[in-house]
Design a protein around this ligand. Structure first.
Ligand SMILES: NC(=O)c1ccc[n+]([C@@H]2O[C@H](COP(=O)([O-])OP(=O)(O)OC[C@H]3O[C@@H](n4cnc5c(N)ncnc54)[C@H](OP(=O)(O)O)[C@@H]3O)[C@@H](O)[C@H]2O)c1
Length: 433
């Protein structure tokens, strides 16, 4: 390893520019932390003339980012372009093939190809760093892989998408509807112009799949993550769940069960007094339940230039210091196939919102279906009274199986008094926190 670690940065957007700025402006502060000088030698982005607020005059500009992977003056590629396929994947493969280390903030890439990329890195004795890919400024990969390494985990859950958490928090605080708050989030830069990856739960599912692999030492299995987003959440859900003592959070949850591994991302009711319910706005949090440590909760900013670059640079310093940890707690080669468990095998309590015709006997019809399916009702809340209008009705249940809930819903939909498909939110019990 040379006394200078030479860095090539592919992508100079939000994360790449901030990484470049810190590496160049804080060079003297960072060197003693790793015993090496860290020097950015070459960079690449799409538009050479774009104004980025950083001085690129002393580094090589490379038109084709793939060429970074062939340069003798680059030891490590920082891939901060994004996307699970295309140029990002090509760069990852090429860098490792050429024996260069790879550091990335790209959760989509790791969620889809982390296993193969990890194996290639091991084969080439190169480092793979992806701390920035999950929960931006929270060093959760390091926490799971190093700090909590002696633990056997039973469950891991978290708020993994700041955009969704901002939207749900603001809806609850203001009573405004989803589309209205989403528009605000876009104006504030918290949501992309195309927000679907965030609000449909895909971004959180990418991160969950990565964390699951480390926590349970199983191969990353993004396809088996049951994924729901928050588009269907209405102000009344936030209002009524608060009345019942809950907040609504989009959670990623991974559990090791006897039969295998269950992974899900979906909006859930969580008790107001649980630590995870207190995580508001754009903040993220990850809770890990280990047999030694009990509950360990990490909290911080999940995205943004500063928090994400902070994690990228931590990986760079690990490489410079030659601090190496097996890629997923164990080597990618040693990951097991975790048997994926379907969401309808779960048991728990549920919150259901229906729109019904306001006439006598409707609630009796609903509860009769629940009785036949062995589901016991805990609470019923109805808002408004208007025989001319459809009114919302919320039911919460005692512990039951998800399959009983799903088959009850099918029966509900056959009733002519029930309009539109009922909305279901699981109630996650974190009171033991
Ligand atoms: N932003 C965050 O808060 C955050 C947080 C955690 C993880 N991440 C991840 O970090 C990665 C980068 O995100 P970002 O927000 O920094 O993205 P971004 O602002 O959109 O920047 C992407 C960069 O990639 C460059 N680029 C695009 N296509 C390219 C190509 N074919 N060749 C070379 N460069 C190309 C762009 O060039 P131009 O500038 O010339 O257009 C731009 O500089 C993504 O994987 C993202 O998921 C981001």
């Amino acid at each position: 390893m040379p006394e200078i670690l030479k860095v090539g940065i592919a992508g100079l957007g939000t994360v790449g520019s901030e990484t470049f700025r810190i590496l160049t402006e804080r060079s003297e502060f960072l060197s003693p932390r790793s015993g090496k000088k860290i020097e950015v030698t070459a960079v690449s982005a799409k538009n050479r003339t774009a104004e980025r607020g950083i001085d690129l005059s002393k580094v090589h500009w490379i038109d084709d980012a793939r060429d970074l992977c062939h340069r003798a003056d680059v030891d490590v590629i920082v891939e901060v372009i994004g996307g699970s396929e295309g140029i990002a994947l090509e760069i990852a493969e090429l860098a490792l093939k050429n024996g260069k280390s790879l550091i990335t903030a790209n959760k989509a890439l790791i969620a889809h190809h982390g296993d193969a990329i990890g194996r290639k890195a091991e084969e080439m004795n190169a480092m793979l760093g992806y701390e920035a890919a999950v929960a931006g400024g929270i060093p959760i990969i390091k926490t799971l892989r190093e700090g909590l390494t002696s633990n056997k985990f039973t469950r891991l859950y978290g708020i993994l998408n700041g955009t969704c958490n901002y939207i749900l928090t603001t809806m609850r605080e203001t009573g405004r509807d989803f589309n209205d708050v989403l528009e605000d989030a876009q104006k504030l830069g918290y949501a992309e112009a195309d927000p679907s990856f965030d609000i449909d739960g895909i971004d959180a599912a990418h991160k969950l799949a990565i964390l699951t692999s480390i926590a349970f030492q199983t191969r990353i299995n993004f396809d088996s993550v049951h994924t729901e987003g928050i588009r269907f959440i209405a102000p009344i859900d936030l209002e009524l769940s608060a009345e019942l003592g809950f907040r609504i959070k989009l959670l990623g949850i991974a559990e090791r069960k006897l039969e295998g591994i269950q992974q899900r991302v979906r909006p859930c009711l969580v008790p107001i007094n649980s630590p995870i319910a207190q995580v508001e706005g754009v903040f993220n949090a990850v809770a890990a339940e280990g047999d030694g440590v009990g509950l360990s909760l990490s909290f911080g900013r999940g995205a943004g230039a500063g928090p994400t670059a902070s994690s990228v640079i931590a990986d760079i310093l690990d490489l410079a210091s030659n601090r190496r940890t097996p890629n997923f707690g164990v080597n990618a080669l040693d990951l097991e196939d975790g048997n994926p468990i379907n969401v309808d095998c779960l048991h728990g309590s549920y919150y259901l919102r229906l729109k019904v015709v306001d006439r006598p006997g409707v609630l009796a019809d609903l509860t009769a279906i629940f009785r036949d399916k062995n589901v016991s009702v805990e609470a019923i809340l109805q808002r408004g009274r208007d025989p001319e209008e459809l009114v919302p009705v919320v039911l919460t249940t005692h512990e039951t199986s998800e399959s009983s809930i799903l088959s009850s819903i099918k029966e509900f939909q056959k009733l002519d008094s029930v309009a539109e498909s009922p909305k279901i939110l699981p109630i996650e019990n974190f009171t033991a926190d």
